[in-house]
Design a protein around this ligand. Structure first.
Ligand code: TYD
Length: 140
């Protein structure tokens, strides 16, 4: 799946552990491919909830389960699909713009941290899967 400059991939972050505990560092343009303009986090989602269900025209994301576990399903609109399991606070998944994403299988203690390359703009969200497939395959 490589329809953008950077492709979907798992990222491993620096973990500075000592006798006091763990410290994970994520710096924009160093540990991830973009500068961070926005963060949000998702918790309290039941196991049968599917979140996301959209693509973004511009925004790139990194998702990190800082507590608990969840899964991220990514589709490119051309028939390719990949499922990532997020289960360690020092790993994340990088999502370029223009991929379809679903977040699912949240554990009860899941806290899913999301780093985003852009400020929130509802107009750059594509929330209709058929429209996403059409744009990817036919352009707009
Ligand atoms: P939504 O995109 O449905 O969340 P998810 O991607 O987890 O499924 O967002 C839920 C609501 O929150 C929706 O009304 C838009 C709003 N929202 C913001 O105002 N700013 C944000 O940065 C985000 C991610 C959502």
């Amino acid at each position: 799946m490589n329809n953008n400059t950077h492709s979907v991939q798992m990222l491993e972050f620096t973990e500075k552990g000592d006798e006091r505990g763990h410290l994970v560092i994520v710096e924009g343009h160093q540990d991830i491919p973009f500068d961070i303009k926005r963060i949000f986090y998702i918790y309290g989602s039941d196991a049968d909830v599917v979140r996301g269900q959209h693509a973004n025209r511009r925004t790139e994301f990194v998702l990190i389960n800082v507590a608990g576990t969840s899964q991220v399903r990514v589709r490119d609109g051309k028939g390719n699909e990949i499922l990532y399991s997020l289960n360690r606070p020092h790993t994340g998944v990088y999502l370029p713009n223009m991929v379809w994403k679903d977040m699912l299988n949240f554990s009860e203690d899941s806290v899913l941290l999301v780093l985003a390359s852009e400020h929130y703009d509802p107009d750059e969200y594509i929330r209709d899967y058929d429209e996403f497939v059409r744009i990817v395959n036919e352009g707009e």
